[in-house]
Design a protein around this ligand. Structure first.
Ligand SMILES: [Mn+2]
Length: 464
């Protein structure tokens, strides 16, 4: 029988690693411990792994966390014989490995983040106790072509070809990690194409908006954040009336001409209000629609918002097929979006603190740093300056940094900056070139900002 991963053009080396993961799972008698990142991609990864373990009659316990610290790793014990870490861990592989050897468990690590300078993945055969699967060791772009959910899905398919119904969550995870922008590539594209060929999903060119109808979609839209329309029901109704667009219509049933008209209006309106042209261009993005789950973009954001309000369990239940969890998740998303819009309005009023090369925002709401930094960078503040959003608790400051592709082309690598500068000051951090984060001791935050500022200057040069 042909390997279930072959139609997705997965390389032989990767296939053999997924097969090895399968036999590790098969040979585990006791509890399997699943730990994942708490964001949309992390929840999708944990959900895919959990459902496939459930279908495989394995006992498991799944949980999520926002960052994995040395203390978390010290706390891992041998109670579960197998640990599966999703959507994080490559930067901590050395520590996880020593802990696994000490406590006597094995670990499958499914991560797409930067692996801390190593050139080769950890393997069980090296005697390190870890089977690490990370696309970056296999010539695949981990920022754009493969996320945690992509890996979780490929592993679930290696366990059983019947898990193909979980493919929609691989795409949802990729969307939550913005790997569909400007379009799916590499492994994500192969998975999307495969699901299209099996008629499980359709790809339609429309508007990247989510909601039960056009009116709600525009009001709720945060990415793109449409100045004057996002969070403003009266203005949305009046614009739709002017354009002759039925507020109750949906992307699936909207006339082509009306869709074009609305796109053109938004395009001009957003450029006029100072949004990043690159971000505005996303108004012409392709969308994925699932036969079973509807708009996959909505699904992705529903799941993602569960993480933002510490209800990752709801997200995982949703992936198990609970209708109630889906309704709860949609409600959560609507409430979350309006909270974000309130914060965006505050940022627009107050403006950032400007250092030489970066803009700095103070964020009151814990866990909103990333999303606010992204919206502020793309739609509100200067697009030629990276944004660092800070949220402070007693001892430490959480930093979320966002840039754009244009800045990365000029040399910006926020992942490197977050990782190097935070380590220097006794914190930890990392991530992608365009989006990254760090945790820094509160007393060191001014030093941290200064060093980040000058490193951004070195990377992108002095010209704006
Ligand atoms: Mn991810």
């Amino acid at each position: 029988m042909e390997d279930p991963l072959v139609p997705m053009a997965v390389s032989d080396t990767l296939i053999s690693r997924f097969r090895e993961a399968t036999s590790l799972i098969e040979s585990t008698e006791g509890m399997i411990r699943v730990i994942s990142h708490y964001d949309g991609d992390g929840i999708c990864s944990a959900g895919i792994v959990s459902v496939s373990l459930f279908r495989f009659d394995k006992r498991f316990h799944s949980s999520t966390m926002s960052v994995m610290t040395s203390r978390d790793i010290d706390g891992l014990d041998g109670a579960g014989n197998l640990l599966i870490v999703c959507d994080m861990g490559s930067s901590m592989a050395r520590e996880i490995s020593s802990r696994a050897m000490e406590a006597g468990f094995r670990c499958i690590l499914l991560d797409h983040h930067l692996p801390d300078g190593r050139g080769d993945p950890y393997s069980i055969s090296d005697g390190r106790g870890i089977l690490e699967i990370n696309p970056r060791f296999h010539g695949i772009n981990g920022s754009t072509g493969c996320c945690g959910s992509t890996l979780a899905y490929l592993m679930s398919l290696a366990l059983s070809p019947k898990n193909i119904d979980l493919g929609v969550f691989a795409l949802a995870g990729a969307i939550a990690d913005r790997q569909n922008v400007p379009s799916f590539s590499e492994l994500n594209k192969n998975i999307a194409d495969h699901l299209v060929s099996r008629q499980m999903v359709r790809v339609i060119k429309g508007l990247p908006l989510q909601g039960r109808n056009m009116e709600e979609s525009l009001i709720m839209s945060n990415d793109p954040f449409i100045t004057d329309l996002s969070g403003n029901p009266m203005k949305v109704t009046s614009i739709l009336n002017t354009l002759g667009v039925d507020p109750q219509s949906t992307m699936m049933d909207m006339e082509k001409e009306k869709l074009k008209l609305l796109q053109s209006y938004l395009y001009v309106h957003m450029l006029g209000s100072g949004a990043d042209p690159g971000a505005v261009h996303e108004l012409f993005r392709e969308g994925v629609y699932s036969r079973e789950w509807g708009d996959v973009q909505s699904l992705a954001f529903d799941i993602d918002s569960c993480g933002r309000i510490s209800e990752t369990g709801t997200g995982i239940e949703l992936i198990f097929g609970s209708r109630k969890a889906r309704e709860r998740a949609s409600e959560v998303r609507r409430a979350y979006r309006s909270r974000v819009q309130t914060e965006v309005r505050k940022i627009a009023q107050k403006g950032p603190r400007r250092l030489e090369y970066i803009d700095v925002l103070d964020v009151e709401e814990d866990k909103m740093g990333g999303i606010l930094a992204g919206i502020a960078h793309n739609y509100i503040l200067s697009h030629s300056r990276p944004v660092l959003a800070l949220s402070t608790d007693d001892e430490s400051v959480k930093v979320s940094a966002r840039g754009n592709r244009g800045l990365c082309k000029r040399g910006l690598n926020l992942g490197r900056i977050m990782s190097e500068v935070s380590k220097e000051l006794g914190g930890s951090g990392g991530g992608h070139d365009v989006a990254a984060g760090a945790t820094v001791p509160a007393g060191a935050i001014e030093d941290f900002l200064r060093k980040c500022d000058s490193m951004v200057g070195e990377q992108i040069g002095s010209r704006e």
